[in-house]
Design a protein around this ligand. Structure first.
Ligand SMILES: Nc1ncnc2c1ncn2[C@@H]1O[C@H](COP(=O)(O)OP(=O)(O)OP(=O)(O)O)[C@@H](O)[C@H]1O
Length: 572
């Protein structure tokens, strides 16, 4: 057990015990022998409060494992409990396999998969005061996935911390494993198949000082699934906060008063306070875990998706794998022909572009193998021609009036000979904030119409079509401009997604409610006769999206925003 642990031995009353040891209870622990049962002990990998972990070799088969060794009379005999938990967790990704367990002489041992470094030691060794966002998103995706699996098997971890998340050894070094099930417990009663009961009685705390949930640590409540997730949320936030969560900075409390102060600080810290300056997903995740009721099953998949989307929006690839040291972000590829992308810059006429491409194709680049390769140019010309045909049948008269669409060179060139065109895309958040600033200075409807159009573009360019806090902020600015521009005051920027029109709507609503409301808004937007009427619709749109679980903009939602842009052009 690490020094940040507090345990309560009564908590194990529901677990079977019995070491089979004949060692006198008063005897001091003897020296650890070189061989325990069939295991030859190599180097020490780490020591906790209740025992030590060795790299060990099976003397007959030469199998190499991690051997967790504990003195049988230790006051906190976690091996005795862990051996009953491991079988419940076998077969899951990131769950160590248990190969053998038993008691020999004074030693209780567990032979498990040999694994790599803990996140704690990776983080410390990096020498940085925060971990990078990509790594934290990967950790979030994997740790939430591990908890989903454990909970699905009816087991709570109850001691989520960086030291208990370790990476595997190659080839599994991109997988995070959960270890240390010494405090774990079944929350589904195996006889009744029911969730363990809640209790009003205050119980002794079990867990660790840094990340245990407020309910468990500060209020003495019975741990359930929500508390594992809250601990995970605190751990993610800790990794992104310079010098970590404030209550971790003074070390382990040594007196009851110091522990009480730590608890008071933790209890006071709201999700909003802890997550200032972080991507809103972290604040929302922590707030979500704190809203869960005792027996509620968390929506693990939703949060895994959100952290995956967040990482992708920031330009990170392959985030389901924990890659250490972290790779640099890959800049976003330009949208391919298949993805809708509006042109806001003046279009180069199609025939002019074809001329340029032909000219490029005729360049005499001699024998230089790469520059002289024209396959991509030919492919682009061909594709441009094909698209011209498709578009001209679609657009009929438009081409005659000189209103031609730009050619977009597809990044998925069939030849595959040239890497895709890449551009440095400003992250979604920055672009949305820029739009909000422009909206706050807009003086007429034409400008607002253009900005709403760009808002749609930004949302559609991202794989995640969720309304982020920056998107809500834009809607807030827009609402205030439409409602009464003469008294327009720029709303304060906040990290939360709750803004002036959405402050009174904390409850979630079922998906069909959102779909119905947005479909109505889509119909109504074309009939509005004033900016004030449009403001009401913008407010309704923001509210209903804020209340929906995924906060995703639906097809109707996009149609509403596009209708809004059109209507603004007409209501000059
Ligand atoms: N399977 C493993 N492979 C490699 N190293 C491991 C393994 N399990 C644990 N370790 C190392 O040993 C340390 C202690 O392990 P563990 O947390 O399981 O023991 P503990 O006695 O319960 O300690 P704690 O006080 O942290 O709860 C870990 O921090 C880790 O670095």
């Amino acid at each position: 057990m690490t020094d940040s642990h507090v345990s309560n031995s009564d908590d194990y009353s529901d677990e079977s015990s019995g070491s089979g040891s004949e060692v006198s209870e008063d005897a001091p622990p003897p020296a650890i022998p070189a061989v325990i049962a069939n295991w030859y002990l190599n180097e020490n990998l780490g020591s906790g409060y209740s025992g030590s972990i060795f790299k060990a070799t099976q003397i007959h088969t030469r199998q190499v494992v991690a051997l967790k060794v504990q003195y049988v009379n230790h006051e906190c005999p976690t091996n005795r409990y862990e051996r009953h938990l491991y079988p419940l967790l076998q077969g899951g990704i990131g769950m160590p396999r248990l190969f053998a367990s038993g008691v020999e002489g004074a030693w209780d041992y567990l032979a498990i998969d040999l694994l790599g470094s803990s996140l704690d030691s990776l983080y410390r060794r990096s020498g940085k005061d925060t971990m990078d966002l990509r790594s934290v998103c990967s950790i979030a995706i994997q740790v939430i996935g591990r908890l989903q699996f454990m909970h699905h098997r009816g087991v709570l971890h109850r001691d989520i911390q960086l030291g208990n998340c370790v990476v595997g050894l190659p080839p599994n070094d991109r997988i995070i494993y959960m270890i240390d099930f010494g405090f774990s417990k079944r929350y589904i009663d195996p006889y009744t198949n029911r969730h363990i009961p809640d209790s009003k009685a205050k119980r002794d705390f079990i867990g660790n000082y840094w990340f245990s949930s407020v309910n468990v640590h500060c209020r003495g409540k019975v741990p359930s699934r929500r508390d594992d997730l809250e601990a995970a949320a605190l751990m993610f936030i800790h990794l992104l906060t310079p010098r970590g969560l404030s209550w971790t900075r003074n070390g382990v409390p040594k007196t009851t008063e110091a522990h009480d102060r730590l608890k008071a600080e933790k209890r006071k810290a709201t999700a909003e306070m802890l997550c200032r300056g972080l991507p809103s997903e972290f604040e929302e995740f922590l707030a979500y875990t704190r809203r869960l009721v005792f027996k509620e099953c968390p929506d693990y998949a939703l949060w895994i998706d959100k952290f995956r989307d967040l990482a992708k929006e920031e330009g990170y690839q392959d985030v389901d794998n924990f890659i250490w040291p972290p790779p640099l972000p890959v800049v976003l590829a330009v949208k391919s022909m298949n993805t809708p992308l509006r042109a806001r810059t003046p279009a180069i006429p199609r025939d002019e572009m074809e001329g340029i491409l032909n000219g490029l194709g005729k360049l005499n680049l001699g024998t230089q193998a790469v520059l002289g390769d024209r396959t991509n140019v030919q492919a682009a010309i061909q594709k441009a021609k094909e698209d011209a045909k498709i578009d001209s049948t679609k657009q009929n008269g438009q081409a005659e009036s000189g209103n031609s669409e730009p050619i977009v060179i597809s990044s998925d060139s069939e030849s595959g000979a040239v890497p895709p065109l890449r551009r440095q895309a400003a992250p979604k958040a920055i672009r949305l904030n820029r739009l909000s600033d422009q909206a706050s200075h807009a003086t007429d409807n034409a400008a607002l119409a253009r900005l709403v159009g760009e808002f749609v573009d930004v949302l559609q360019m991202n794989s995640s079509r969720t309304l982020t806090k920056e998107a809500f902020y834009f809607l807030d600015v827009l609402y205030k401009q439409l409602d009464d521009p003469s008294v327009f005051i720029r709303p304060p920027r906040r990290t939360s997604r709750q803004h002036s029109f959405s402050e009174l709507v904390p409850e979630k609503e079922p998906a069909h409610v959102k779909l119905g409301v947005v479909a109505r808004l889509r119909q109504e937007v074309g009939k509005c006769q004033s900016n004030k009427a449009l403001a009401v619709l913008v407010s309704d749109f923001a509210k209903v999206t804020n209340k929906s679980t995924g906060r995703t903009v639906t097809k109707d939602g996009f149609a509403f925003l596009e209708g809004l842009s059109e209507r603004l052009k007409l209501l000059q």
